[in-house]
Design a protein around this ligand. Structure first.
Ligand code: HEC
Ligand code: HEC
Length: 329
């Protein structure tokens, strides 16, 4: 009996391992890439050689990220709309900034977690680096409304910051708008969230449940990976609602860049970042999955398949970096 049980267990292990290998191969073929699990490989991707990182710069960037004094009103920080305790987003349909102004294009705040892995930033993909991106929200009237010439003197007048900039950049540092924004970008480059999905792609077959593997399979089979691919599961610009129309296309006036391309959002931590789509009009994740099928793939996705994909999406909720809320200078 024992021998039969042993043979059976070897046999089933072999079958499971074999189908796991098949899914892994298929995922790699569909250009799904893990967050690297070695520090050297990871740093190659997240570090920007033109804006090199150190621990002191990361710490200073974190303070600036959480500091509402970076805004004109002294009330709004990056963390107001990209709340690191709320999946890196804000949980409302329309971003709301200075003087309680809603975004005039009815745009939703995307997550900052894993933004470093995207090739393009903003819904229309108008920036290619975080360093360039961060200059936008600080100055935008309906976001932080801060003048770029005023911010450096405001920061210099806070004695503690002067000291911290010296510690990070040396005694002769000149605090400029660019240095402030580059420092925030250095902190943003650390906001990555490896998940069980990455563990699976890195070869730990037990990291996903059988249902999640089934969902991953469905996600690939239906063609979602045509656009949601790479480490970010997105981050490239794509045509949007050119065939079938998006149900809420007339809420706000955003229809992509001049070529009608829209930045494909990351799907990492997607369960934490409702509401969905550029105008934040869809709250239910299954509805978002079905809407995607309809407009991007001209497919009617069944409840069952939408459920499978949603189950797979659970594995994209990542391990957040441990962030100690900073006491500001
Ligand atoms: C009032 C809310 C608000 C504030 C404050 C704000 N953002 Fe944003 N952020 C948004 C919105 C809305 C977008 C999308 C705008 C667009 O595409 O035009 C965005 C886009 C981004 C993106 C691009 C993400 C992607 O997937 O395309 C990053 C990165 C980002 N913000 C970082 C920051 C940083 C850093 C700060 C602080 C300096 C900041 N934001 C302040 C609302 C805000
Ligand atoms: C042709 C490219 C393309 C394909 C194929 C595609 N997507 Fe998307 N996806 C996008 C773009 C672009 C957006 C952003 C649309 C917007 O908000 O304007 C998006 C948005 C989403 C969102 C909302 C994300 C958020 O944070 O708001 C989800 C969820 C999603 N897609 C899931 C899927 C699933 C599941 C499939 C397969 C059934 C799929 N997508 C197929 C390009 C694509």
């Amino acid at each position: 009996m024992k021998i039969i049980a042993l043979i059976l267990s070897i046999f089933t292990t072999f079958i499971v391992a074999n189908s796991d290998i098949e899914i892994l191969k298929k995922a790699k073929k569909a250009n799904l890439l893990p967050i690297p699990n070695t520090k050297i490989e990871l740093l190659k991707i997240i570090n920007n050689q033109k804006n090199p990182s150190t621990d002191a710069k990361i710490e200073l960037g974190k303070k600036l990220y959480f500091d509402p004094r970076v805004s004109k009103s002294n009330l709004i920080s990056c963390n107001t709309c990209h709340n690191l305790a709320l999946g890196g987003a804000d949980g409302v349909s329309v971003a709301t900034g200075d003087k309680w102004h809603p975004n005039p294009h009815h745009l939703n705040s995307p997550t900052v977690y894993n933004a470093v892995f995207a090739n393009y930033q903003f819904w229309d993909g108008r920036s290619t680096t975080l360093e360039e991106q961060v200059k936008g929200p600080i100055q935008t009237q309906f976001e932080m409304a801060m003048h770029k010439d005023i911010l450096p003197s405001k920061i210099k007048n806070i004695i503690g910051y002067k000291e911290e900039f010296k510690r990070a950049y040396g005694p002769n540092v000149k605090i400029t708008f660019k240095l402030i924004t580059d420092t925030i970008a250095i902190f943003e480059r650390t906001l990555i969230t490896p998940s069980r999905y990455d563990d699976f792609l890195n070869g730990d077959f037990k990291a996903l449940t059988p249902k999640e593997k089934d969902g991953l399979n469905t996600f690939i089979d239906l063609g979602c990976t045509r656009c949601h691919k790479g480490i970010a599961l997105g981050g490239f610009t794509q045509p949007f609602d050119t065939g079938k129309r998006y149900k809420y296309r007339n809420i706000g006036d955003f229809h992509g860049n001049k070529n009608h391309l829209v930045k494909t959002p990351t799907l990492r931590n997607i369960k934490e970042t409702a509401p969905y789509f550029h105008n934040g009009m869809i709250w239910n994740l299954k509805d978002a999955i079905k809407e995607m099928g309809k407009i991007q793939l001209l497919l009617g996705i069944s409840d069952k398949d939408a459920q499978k994909i949603e189950t797979f999406f659970g594995s994209l909720s990542g391990r957040k970096p441990k962030i100690k809320y900073p006491i500001l200078p």
